[in-house]
Design a protein around this ligand. Sequence first.
Ligand SMILES: C[S@@+](CC[C@H](N)C(=O)[O-])C[C@H]1O[C@@H](n2cnc3c(N)ncnc32)[C@H](O)[C@@H]1O
Length: 404
Amino acid sequence: MKNEEVIQRIEELVVPIAMQHTPEGSEVKAVVDQWLHAIATDSDFYCDTMKVDRIKLKKSVVKILKENKLFTDRTAFFQTVFGNVKLKPKKNASFRFIDLFAGIGGVRLGFQNAGGTCVFSSEYDKAAQKTYEENHGEFPFGDITKIDENTIPDHDYLLAGFPCQPFSHAGVSARNAVGKKHGFLCDTEGTLFFDVMRVVDAKKPKIIFLENVRNLERHDGGKTFTTIKNAIDESGYNFSYKVIDASSVVPQRRVRCYIVAIRKDLGVTFAFPEFTGPPLALKSILENDVDDMYTISDKLWQGHINRTKRNVERGTGFTAYTADLDKPSNTIVARYGKDGKECLIPQSCKNPRMLTQRECARLQGFPETFVCPTSRTPAYRQFGNSVVVPVITKLANKIKMEKL
Ligand SMILES: C[S@@+](CC[C@H](N)C(=O)[O-])C[C@H]1O[C@@H](n2cnc3c(N)ncnc32)[C@H](O)[C@@H]1O
């Protein structure tokens, strides 16, 4: 039987059982992929532990696979499950992690590069789920707010690039309980950060790794950051953070806030690595012979010229008409696809052009093997929302060096 046929046969057997464990807001495929990866990497199963014992459930699934001659040993099974996956983990990983707000898996990739294996992922955007599955061979679980924290498999590191607007004074929700536990005021309740803390409190990983916008530190006069810091401290973790500019590792000025919190009983103080070196030049990642569909329209270009003029007069916002190819680009954000104002590539005798999907992938340090979405709008959103993979890899390696 070909590899794909084996996988199909395995899925036929596992789907009916996995359906009983699929949470609201997630696809059964997420449970199936989690189980197969857990068997292949010798990790915990996702399941409702109030209903069934994790170990017993895993044993019963392996037994069915054995009876159907679809499992002989873990090495062969790892090859079956990960054989065709583009970005696969090591068979014997040195640590296990979960990937929350997974996007297209930039954070995952960094920690996988450092020798870890992912045991649970959650991302609710359909287009991002597709890109994630295509590259990591895993369909993520959906809305994290609908997932019971106790069902999540055991892990060493919890990774979360939680959305940038977490403390938008939005409505109060079921997550209040966690917010209240930490003694926070109404205006910080109902935020996704507390979904992260809900999982932390239930699973007590060794490390919490968070990535967010640079402004997190100053948001709401510093109250948001204090809230995060206090919540992490109260849950029993030593908090450390650093604001890092990625432009010495990729040609993009992307300044982000990284938080590394280590469980207090481990007695380790984390020191962030340095990111020094000259900024890289945007021209180093540009493609040749780019299709004319990336060239912006006269209307868009005129709008851009008018806005830039206004910015120059007022001394605010972007004041360069097109990107300087000898310098790093501005930060590529999720809305880049709207008008490309963050980075327009000059062209001779034509309007400037937008970046291609591959160029966006390179600006974020994704490998050339990464399969980019073909549709441009979701691609720009996904890469704009993602992270600089080599920055994450360096941080992950430093965390690993602490023997955690
Ligand atoms: C800033 S992006 C993180 C990107 C990711 N770190 C990466 O490397 O691609 C935040 C992601 O959280 C997802 N998200 C927001 N709310 C969510 C929820 N309730 N459940 C699951 N995913 C959610 C968004 O769709 C978005 O892709």
